[in-house]
Design a protein around this ligand. Structure first.
Ligand code: NCD
Ligand code: ZN
Length: 347
């Protein structure tokens, strides 16, 4: 069996910089037409000119890894409490950026320059609402009293819903939703709200992370939740509903920084995302909706045409081997292990 889809896009991708960028850029370029590039570098991508410079570093890395590739990085700015509304609006109007990313300060990898209180960035958000600039949100509260497994649900009640009531015209993407609460919140909203879903949160729950030994390569943020949440995510992704689309959150860290006494958060799923998704959608009896999720809903939300090219996935008789680790200097990045046999490959 084979299925052919419009070439997919990745609406949430970490490519990093320097040696890591050079090591991973070609992997995403091989499968995806475009990717929305997350700005959490050190220091972060804050201004329009930072985004222009980072985009050209990405393009250089892609052409080295895959000469002639038509892969397009789409840029975001990292929202800080010093961000200038004028710079954001100009960067969006000139096509330099497609969205702005809100990280609650301290929520995840390289989020220290993020936002401590949304009220401090209201003037920027108001300008974004006025000019139709999309806000991508890392939706977790950071209060140390709130349990890590509850941080997404609490963010909806304490931060996101109040913000959307105050500024209903703002177009918001809840990035990498991981809970039933998250998909229900999106399902119950009438306009201006969408969500990305990652490959790994459609495949693993918190038992994969914690049972029978701690598995640092499954540690990511937001953390994987209970199985009932995973099932709600699969139902949302497979529904065909235009408000859900693929954002892999592929987030490479070296093996030594993952397998550590304080391991980094992030799953590197860029090499096998499409094969994994075919498996998830097939199991849900929803292969017909894979194209909407991976290739159509995202561009529609961002007002872009779908890719012209296509990709073909083929069902094979024996389980595929895991992709090889990606070498970075003396270290490597371990690809996502989907914890089950995968019988699909991109041909
Ligand atoms: C991401 C990273 O490593 O940059 N990590 C992760 O676990 N997802 C940051 C993020 O998207 O939260
Ligand atoms: Zn991310």
């Amino acid at each position: 069996m084979q299925i052919t889809l419009r070439q997919p896009d990745d609406w949430h991708l970490h490519l990093r910089d320097g040696d890591m960028l050079n090591a991973v850029a070609g992997v995403s370029a091989q499968h995806f037409g475009r990717a929305l590039i997350m700005p959490n570098l050190v220091p972060p991508v804050v201004t329009g000119s930072d985004a222009i410079a980072y985009k050209s570093r990405i393009e250089a890395a892609v052409s080295r890894a895959m000469p002639g590739s038509s892969f397009q990085p789409l840029m975001t700015l990292y929202l800080t409490e010093q961000t200038s509304a004028e710079d954001v609006v100009n960067a969006a109007a000139s096509g330099t950026i497609l969205a702005v990313k809100l990280y609650p300060a301290g929520a995840t990898t390289n989020s220290a320059s993020g936002v401590t209180d949304v009220s401090r960035v209201m003037p920027v958000l108001e300008s974004m609402a006025e000019h139709g600039v999309v806000l991508c949100v890392h939706g977790e509260v950071t209060d140390s009293n709130i349990d890590i497994f509850d941080r997404e649900a609490r963010f909806i009640d304490l931060v996101l819903d109040p913000l959307r009531r105050q500024l209903p015209e703002l177009r918001v993407v809840m990035e990498h939703v991981t809970t039933r609460d998250g998909v229900q919140y999106v399902a119950n909203s009438d306009t201006n709200l969408a969500a990305t879903l990652t490959t790994h949160h459609l495949m693993i729950n918190r038992n994969h992370l914690l049972v029978g030994g701690i598995r640092p390569h499954y540690y990511c943020l937001p953390i994987a939740k209970r199985e009932e949440h995973r099932q709600a995510l699969v139902a949302a992704a497979c529904s065909g509903d235009a408000r859900y689309f693929l954002g892999t959150d592929s987030a490479p860290h070296t093996r030594s920084t993952k397998e550590s006494d304080c391991g980094c958060a992030g799953v590197f799923n860029a090499p096998n995302t499409m094969a994994c998704l075919a498996s998830v959608f097939e199991e849900a009896g929803a292969l017909d909706n894979l194209e909407a999720f991976a290739s159509l809903n995202g561009p529609a939300w961002y007002g872009l045409a779908p890719n012209e090219k296509t990709i073909t996935l083929e069902k094979v008789g024996t389980p595929c081997v895991l992709p090889d680790p990606i070498v970075v200097g003396e270290d490597c990045v371990m690809p996502f292990d989907p914890a089950r046999d995968i019988y699909w490959q991109v041909i």
